[in-house]
Design a binder for this molecule. Sequence first.
Ligand SMILES: Cc1cc2nc3c(=O)[nH]c(=O)nc-3n(C[C@H](O)[C@H](O)[C@H](O)COP(=O)(O)OP(=O)(O)OC[C@H]3O[C@@H](n4cnc5c(N)ncnc54)[C@H](O)[C@@H]3O)c2cc1C
Length: 503
Amino acid sequence: MSSENHPDGYLRYQRRPIPDRDPAERTGDHREIYAPEWSEQQLREQATRCMDCGVPTCTAGCPIGNLIPDWNDLVSRGDWHNALDRLHGTNNFPEFTGYACPAPCEDACTLAYNDSPVTIKNMERAIVDRGWDEGWIMPQPPARRTGCHVALVGSGPAGLAAAQQLNRAGHRVSIFERDDAPGGLVRYGLPEFKFAKWRLDRRIEQLEAEGIRFHTGTELGRDMTLEALRREHDAVGLTIGAQHPRDVSIPGRELEGVVFAMPYLTRSNRLQAGRPAPAEPHAAGRSVVVLGGGDTGADCVATALRQGAEQVIQIGINEKPPIHRPATNPWPLPLRIYRQSYAQKEGGEERFSINSLAFLDEDGDGRVDMLEAERVQWIRDQAGRRVDREVLEDGLRLPADLVLIAAGFARPETDDLGAPELAIAGDGTIATDESMATSISDVFAGGDAAMGHSLLVWAIGEGRDLARSIDIHLQGESALPPSLRTRNRPLRADGWPSLQGAG
Ligand SMILES: Cc1cc2nc3c(=O)[nH]c(=O)nc-3n(C[C@H](O)[C@H](O)[C@H](O)COP(=O)(O)OP(=O)(O)OC[C@H]3O[C@@H](n4cnc5c(N)ncnc54)[C@H](O)[C@@H]3O)c2cc1C
């Protein structure tokens, strides 16, 4: 059933993804939104839709250069074990991406040009699910130790990927994490129903069995100094993420009930994990306004629906994206069109081009109860920045006893690291050179901390390259493979990697 044997697979089979659970049913619990079962026959048929293009634009569209046509071919033959090896060759944690990646690879699939793309993300999920089910994914401790010790600060996907790669290269690795459990945003950002935490725990167990040491509840700048870390280790990697939130500075911001998305999502994730959590913020019985049209906003909407919110309105400041690919966003770039989020499929209301003006406390009890806003038409400069507005509808008043600010993340939290000599780039990220070295010798940085808030797949790629850079620093050379992520490829003006030289 390979694409070689079935070059017409895409003509014989329509795209048929593994379905999600029915929205009406899934909002009644916090279990994953995905249908738990998939059919092997269906997946193998779907894999034959891959044409094994001479220039695999899917691979070029994947920030870590996943060898997508190879796995599709192997899956179509039923050779799941080799497919898993190929998958792990570029990605330490394919379940992170197989379940939660927005899959720019599918936008870049040749079939996406005038048909429906191959179900690449499903394929990734199915391969790694099968690997775990069959017991093929085992700890891989290194055959020999180099005698070098590396400290990583921050245990999100970048830190975890860097740790696994460095450990496999033979270095002793310790991860220091301020939270009470490792995983970064995968642990306390992504809701349980988007990525179940037992999947993360299973990976942490694998890493521990490989010899990686985790020190949770340990914050750089509070519980230890960078100087001490450098003294005790041969190299330090900073993978602290970029969780400093963007605020919405309008009158009433100080009112009770106007909160950032992360404390809200963290509380919910802690409750789902049976860990101690504060009483607030919660959405039960409340009118919730989510400020921010992105993924974090969607996760807030879906969480509020599960908590029994009275109503949930998600507000985007920008215009509603177009329904079809505009000429300014040509294939194979990631699609910038309107796609209804999984959360909006579950309920709630979505509004675009809304400019928030003030949070109001009409009954004077110190708690927000209304959002005042206007609907606008933005006037933008040549770079696309909002410079002015035409008001289309003023005096909008939206009931709001809980406002969740999900306006994105500005930069890493570097203020309290206690390392003033650490150079910071103009955009607030930790400044690094091409080898991911910071301004402090033996200290490197990667992931969102160095590239700004991004996606799981970029963070994994950053972690892999951070490991390679540190390995070269310690040993003069490295057998660890580089990823295909941004730093090895020219960037386009819109921030996505150029397809030049890929494939
Ligand atoms: C709500 C939400 C949903 C998301 N959903 C998706 C999705 O569906 N798909 C997707 O691809 N991406 C998603 N993302 C983005 C993705 O989670 C991030 O890009 C990714 O986790 C970044 O990885 P990282 O390792 O660089 O940083 P993080 O995951 O942020 O991890 C950084 C870690 O460093 C720790 N840390 C920080 N400072 C210190 C210190 N001083 N000392 C010790 N430890 C410290 C933090 O506690 C944290 O554990 C989402 C993000 C959010 C917020």
